[in-house]
Design a protein around this ligand. Structure first.
Ligand SMILES: Nc1ncnc2c1ncn2[C@@H]1O[C@H](COP(=O)(O)OP(=O)(O)OP(=O)(O)O)[C@@H](O)[C@H]1O
Length: 315
């Protein structure tokens, strides 16, 4: 009798294990988890999105595609990917972060592995700096332990306390692991308006000289960025050794948007609202926006930022 009952018990155990394994697989299917089913890089998708959805940012689009593809295809990166996006307001920095997130995580920005921090909202009071530091470090460590392929986006980086930037520095570095956790698969994206004025100046110089916007290359903007971001005593970066230690892999400049880009944004926004894109409506809206220089009205002051709300008045 004993071998029979042992056999039955083993049979039941195998059935239960099989059921649990299948149940687990079903669960993985429905509930986001740190597995390739939920996060695999779609280069073609990102390329297509940058080409068709991001307007007027040929330099940024090129750098981002190269940077993200290189990193995601590298099985053994030596450090996490650190991108620093710079530019005037409403030029697409947050939007690009969203496109990057969508190219990696099935759930895009709503993924539990994508974390967005806004300096003024999450770290508003300088007197709580020490608390913010330890909370932020714990948050990063906990989340990377849970899933190495985590993404952290820091908006308003130029308003972030230098001490707080310093506190995340170890996670951006070339360490094999820190307290048993490896950060090499993680992605950090910093967004700021720092350098925006100088980028605008380069775009203006090209325009004044009658040169095409598409002729602007990364090399033309790098000097502008280095002058404003690296040498500016008020810029958060200046106080930290992010730059000295080469922890930022790519500085990505965003150009100021022109009238035609604002129109493109307006048409895309109408489509997103489920309306038939109407150039006449969008044109009326774009004409009422503010552009500079005052006379020539070349660059949009707010970029595409207020288009979504403005459009409602013209529909
Ligand atoms: N270059 C662009 N191409 C397409 N849409 C854009 C572009 N720039 C901005 N938009 C649209 O405007 C919205 C606001 O832009 P976004 O938040 O990305 O600007 P930002 O550069 O991050 O500005 P800020 O520095 O003020 O945070 C986006 O969600 C997107 O719909």
């Amino acid at each position: 009798i004993e071998p029979i009952s042992t056999g039955i018990a083993m049979g039941i155990a195998a059935a239960v294990t099989g059921f649990l394994a299948r149940y687990q697989n079903v669960l993985y299917y429905f509930q986001e988890c740190c597995r390739p089913e939920w996060m695999s890089y779609n280069k073609t998708g990102l390329e297509e999105d940058l080409r068709t959805k991001l307007f007027g940012q040929h330099v940024a689009a090129r750098v981002i595609l190269k940077a993200v593809t290189g990193f995601m295809n590298n099985k053994n990166p030596r450090k996490p990917l650190v991108l620093s996006l710079h530019g005037w307001t409403g030029t697409g920095k947050n939007y690009v972060s969203q496109l990057i997130a969508e190219s990696i995580y099935c759930k895009g920005m709503t993924s539990g592995f994508v974390h967005l921090f806004t300096a003024t909202a999450h770290f508003p009071h300088e007197m709580h700096l020490e608390l913010y530091k330890s909370q932020l470090q714990q948050w990063i460590k906990g989340n990377v332990t849970n899933c190495p392929r985590s993404m952290f986006i820091f908006d308003e980086m130029d308003k972030m306390h230098p001490g707080l930037i310093d506190s995340i520095k170890p996670y951006l570095d070339f360490y094999d692991n820190l307290d048993g956790v490896s950060y090499r698969q993680a992605i950090f994206i910093f967004l700021s308006n720092a350098g925006g004025e100088n980028i605008v100046q380069v775009a203006l110089d090209f325009w004044t000289a009658g040169r095409e916007r598409e002729e602007i290359e990364l090399k033309h903007l790098e000097t502008a960025l280095s002058l404003s971001v690296f040498n500016n005593k008020n810029s958060g970066f200046w106080h930290t050794s992010l730059i000295d230690k080469n922890l930022v892999d790519f500085f990505v400049p965003f150009l100021p948007l022109e009238y035609k880009h604002v129109v493109q944004c307006g048409l895309a926004e109408m489509a997103a609202k489920g309306l038939t894109p109407d150039e006449e409506v969008v044109d009326r809206m774009a004409r009422d926006l503010s552009f500079f220089p005052k006379e020539e009205r070349v660059f949009s002051r707010q970029g595409c930022k207020i288009i979504s709300s403005r459009l409602d008045f013209y529909i």
